[in-house]
Unconditional design. Structure first.
Length: 334
């Protein structure tokens, strides 16, 4: 399966397994979603289990909060992460706070799926990476898959979780891995082992990172599309980097991070979002606090620039393997 098919399979499995699960959002029903992630679900499971909504992100999330409080498990789609901001008050003030403000009497077991990130020439309104905004909010969990196998297993775990989960899908990875070399032909997921996705039910636990490339010289912390950029940078520089796919940003797998940095003594952090107050700043602080006496060089961050995502300068903005490779060399010399 590619990532779209894996996500579709996860929702299909959960709609069949749990009558309290339902899927809704803009164009997700009859049309099957702008990326076809919900294709066929309405026809198979019916109009009351998978349905379209008006164009109103605040209302979509507000309805999901209420449904969750009454025992349902809504899975909502925000068509692009760039459009999630009108729903921010409902996510922060209602969904994230419901368990706390009700002293545990109510909670919001809801999952918010949304495509995020660039690399598709979507410009400033279809390319943003807002993950750090949500990791700042107590009560929300934030997940970013990087493979079809993880996408399905993590989405099922998110749906079954009793807390609200922001599920960010790197849209550049929907049809195949992308290492930042935009001049090369796209390689479909069918050529990679991570496309071997079981048809039935399985889970990938939230809060557990994956070491996708063992190494001894330097630790690279990445997620989403930048996992493959980091792998390409390690190969092209010849540096024995240990690449960690975080998979879940909150709760983050601090044990795996600390064990790796204590072993390598060096750390590079890569993400596509803007640099200032990006999630890499939190990761840098965590590594500094937990691994200070093991560090042999300053921590390096490779990120997008502090600008809107520029349509005309897509690849100057996107942190590709050359920039990650330069950071690897820099920390090795430090």
């Amino acid at each position: 399966m590619n990532m779209i098919q894996a996500l579709n399979s996860a929702m299909d499995v959960m709609l069949a397994k749990d009558p309290n699960v339902l899927v809704f959002g803009e164009d997700v029903g009859y049309f099957g979603g702008v990326f076809r992630a919900t294709e066929g679900l309405q026809k198979k499971h019916g109009l009351t289990r998978c349905f379209d909504t008006p164009i109103g992100e605040g209302g979509i999330i507000a309805a999901a909060v209420g449904m969750g409080a009454y025992g349902l498990r809504p899975v909502v789609e925000i068509q692009f992460a760039d459009y999630i901001y009108p729903a921010f008050d409902q996510l922060v003030s209602e969904a994230a706070r419901l368990r706390y403000r009700s002293a545990g009497d109510f909670f919001a077991p809801m999952t918010v799926r949304t495509p995020y990130g660039g690399g598709i020439f979507g410009g400033q309104t279809h390319s943003q990476s807002p993950e750090a905004i949500f990791t700042h909010v107590s009560g929300l969990k934030t997940v970013v898959p990087a493979t079809p196998y993880d996408a399905k297993g993590l989405l099922i775990s998110a749906i079954e979780d009793d807390d609200p989960v922001i599920f960010l899908e790197p849209k550049r990875l929907y049809n195949g891995p992308f290492d930042g070399h935009h001049e090369r032909a796209v390689q479909p997921w069918s050529k990679f082992p991570a496309s071997d996705v079981p048809d039935g039910y399985y889970t990938v636990p939230l809060g557990k990172a994956a070491i996708v490339r063992p190494g001894e010289a330097v630790t690279v912390l990445a997620y989403g599309t930048l996992v493959y950029v980091a792998l390409a940078a390690a190969e092209e520089t010849g540096i024995d980097a240990e690449v960690i796919d975080l998979r879940t940003l909150l709760p983050v797998d601090i044990d795996t991070i600390v064990a790796s940095v204590e072993k390598t003594g060096r750390c590079v952090i890569a993400h596509e979002a803007t640099r200032t107050s990006g999630y890499g700043a939190e990761l840098s602080a965590l590594v500094q606090e937990n691994c200070f006496h093991h560090l042999e060089a300053p921590i390096a961050r490779v990120t997008g620039w502090d600008t809107p995502y520029p349509h005309a300068f897509e690849w100057e903005y996107f942190p590709g393997p050359a920039r990650v490779g330069a950071a690897l060399r820099r920390v090795m010399e430090g």
